[in-house]
Design a protein around this ligand. Structure first.
Ligand code: MEV
Length: 323
């Protein structure tokens, strides 16, 4: 780097198992951190330097939001990731969360999870337009996170508000389960898909009803998780996928991977913003699901849940690809 003292940090990616898109409108959602991480190492600089190259600030709105919120106009940052970008697996949320921790540590500021989650949410909001805190809170806290779950379910972590919306963020206890992520290989940035749903909802009462229905289905899913009922949870995930398809955020490739996984799964759905990106399947037969996904042209990854949230690191592992 540039000879200045440096701080390294990492944060996990995430998969939303229930409630994406409707969570933007204050409905409930559940997400789990996954064992794929984003790493960064930062040191002070008057300019924006990314992996040794000077870059204009606007190229990376998440990075500029986090550093500006912390009173800086430039930073030297090296970064590497195990999370495919624009894949629905939280790569930008993990970037924002790990960068917030590293910058805060560098500046001697508070490094509690709530401050980091709020910096990261702000970055997501600035970069994406409309956003909920589901991705950024999950990448920050790790494990299982629920938004807007009924009282008595989960342990409240923090509350985040923006304009007329407010979200209760809770730690949510999720049992050991096996998921296979199927990546379509199609990059689909979140902002335009969130905007598409906003327009649909604004002009069509039917879209609002679908969003309400996703909220109800997600509450049923939370209860299924609490009862440790994988069959019920799987059915609910598949229903959630159908509702997201009606909302217009699925695509042929995602539907193909979901349908191919279903014979070997409790249930399957797209995860994240859709339009490409990834789907997930809840299964006890991960090898069969991986094979079915590969046969349909997808890239399968078996993910481990219970992953730790944002944390300091000694550096960026050498085996990790640069962004
Ligand atoms: C994206 O991972 C999840 C969305 O619900 C957007 C958001 O909550 O900010 C589609």
């Amino acid at each position: 780097m540039n000879g200045q003292p440096a701080v390294s940090a990492s944060a996990p990616g995430k998969m939303i198992i229930l409630g994406e898109h409707s969570v933007v409108y204050g409905k409930p959602a559940v997400a789990l951190a996954i064992n794929k991480r984003f790493y960064c190492r930062v040191s002070r600089s008057g300019e924006m330097i990314l992996n040794g190259r000077r870059v204009p600030a606007f190229v990376h709105p998440h990075i500029s939001s986090v550093i500006n919120d912390n009173g800086l106009s430039g930073i030297s940052m090296d970064a590497g990731t195990q999370i495919p970008t624009s894949s629905g697996l939280g790569s930008s949320a993990a970037l924002s969360s790990s960068l917030s921790l590293a910058v805060r540590k560098l500046l001697g500021k508070e490094t509690d999870q709530e401050s980091i989650a709020k910096d990261a949410f702000n970055a997501e909001w600035n970069a994406q337009g409309r956003a909920s805190p589901i991705d950024t809170s999950t990448c920050t806290h790790g494990g299982g996170v629920a938004l807007n779950c009924p009282a008595g379910i989960g342990r409240e972590l923090w509350r985040i508000s923006r304009n007329d919306r407010s979200w209760n963020v809770s730690e949510f206890d999720v049992p050991e389960m096996t998921f296979v992520v199927g990546h379509t290989g199609i990059k689909a940035p979140t902002g335009p898909l969130v905007e598409k749903v906003r327009k649909y909802k604004e002009h069509n009462r039917f879209a609002s009803d679908i969003i309400d229905e996703i909220g109800l289905v997600t509450l049923q899913g939370m209860n299924a998780i609490r009862r440790r009922d994988k069959e019920d949870l799987g059915d609910i995930m598949t229903r959630n996928h159908k509702l997201l398809s009606i909302l217009g955020v699925s695509c042929n490739e995602l539907n193909k991977l979901v349908n191919a996984s279903l014979p070997y799964s409790y249930g399957a759905k797209l995860t994240g913003s859709g339009g490409g990106g990834s789907m997930i399947a809840l299964t006890d037969q991960p090898e069969k699901v991986c094979e079915a996904i590969s046969l349909r042209g997808g890239r399968p990854i078996v993910v481990r849940t219970g992953e730790e949230g944002v944390r300091l690191e000694d550096g960026i592992p050498e085996t990790i690809d640069s962004i």
